[in-house]
Design a protein around this ligand. Structure first.
Ligand code: B12
Length: 211
């Protein structure tokens, strides 16, 4: 498998090419998990680094994410059948008042790639909607995203609402988003923080005792 080819196709947003490369890698006997870890994820990470360095802009990140998703579409049914599948559920949403979802969507994609059952609540998710989703889906982990210093506070409010509703103890709360830090996570009583989508998967596995 040629990681450079995956990077070229993903960074240029060539969804059909990504599908073709993914299928070819599978046909040559590569494991779905290997293709994800050595093909799709490093390519998307590289795109993320370029974005952080101002070498590319949001539309390019979006078309790269879409191309990666095309490859994921082929791998997902295989990953969810394979032994690496986690039966755990993760509820994810961008907190109330915040409309940013590019990073959150990457986290969702990576978690799905890791074999988790992800319930994506979308953007502008109120504490009540998080509570409802926990009651309905009984997830082990809740992930909250915030990109604004003003909406970061909503994370604290959401955790308090979960506490008042008697739901806090049954879930691990993981937070993320550019202004969020490990220190902030501790301050507001979250169980963990991850700086990027790949480490979000590691964090969930840690919560579940899988690593
Ligand atoms: C794209 C963008 C928008 C788009 C959002 C489109 C969309 N569908 O998401 C639009 C145009 C709508 C927008 C609007 C606004 N934006 Co804006 N936006 C950005 C921008 C340019 C990029 C954000 C982004 O997508 N980054 C790429 C992703 C991949 O990175 P990420 O989100 O950090 O996610 C990664 C990690 O943080 C982590 N992560 C993210 N979520 C989670 C969740 C969990 C659980 C975990 C574990 C990890 C995790 O993993 C991700 C992948 O590795 C940033 C500036 C910047 N360069 O960051 C400003 C920025 C965030 N926006 C800003 C502002 C001010 C606004 C507006 C208020 C502007 C205005 N005056 O109208 C509005 C607010 C709208 C609202 N109510 O939310 C400010 C925030 C300042 C601040 N500190 O509060 C920024 C920093 C720009 C700036 N320098 O001023 N914005």
């Amino acid at each position: 498998m040629d990681a450079e080819k995956f990077y070229a196709a993903i960074s240029q947003g060539k969804a059909d090419e990504v599908k073709k490369l993914t299928q070819e890698a599978l046909d040559s006997g590569k494991e779905a998990e290997t293709i994800l870890k050595e093909g799709l994820l490093p390519a998307m990470e590289q795109v993320g680094v370029q974005f952080k360095n101002n070498e590319i802009y949001i539309p390019e990140v979006l078309i790269a994410a879409r191309a990666m998703h095309a490859g994921m579409g082929i791998l997902k049914p295989i990953l969810s059948r394979s032994a690496t599948t986690q039966s755990a559920k993760v509820v994810v949403g961008t907190v109330k008042g915040d409309l940013h979802d590019i990073g959150k969507n990457l986290v969702v994609m990576m978690l799905e790639g890791g074999g988790f059952d992800v319930i994506d609540l979308g953007i502008d998710v109120s504490p009540e909607k998080f509570s409802e989703a926990i009651r309905k889906h009984q997830p082990q982990v809740v992930g909250m995203s915030a990109l604004l210093t003003t909406t970061m506070r909503e994370m604290k409010g959401t955790i308090e609402t979960l506490q008042e509703a008697g739901l806090r103890k049954q879930v691990k709360v993981m937070i993320g988003g550019a202004p969020v830090t490990d220190r902030f996570a501790k301050e507001i009583g979250a169980d963990g923080y991850a700086p990027d989508a790949a480490s979000a998967v590691d964090r969930v596995k840690e919560f579940l005792g899988l690593r």
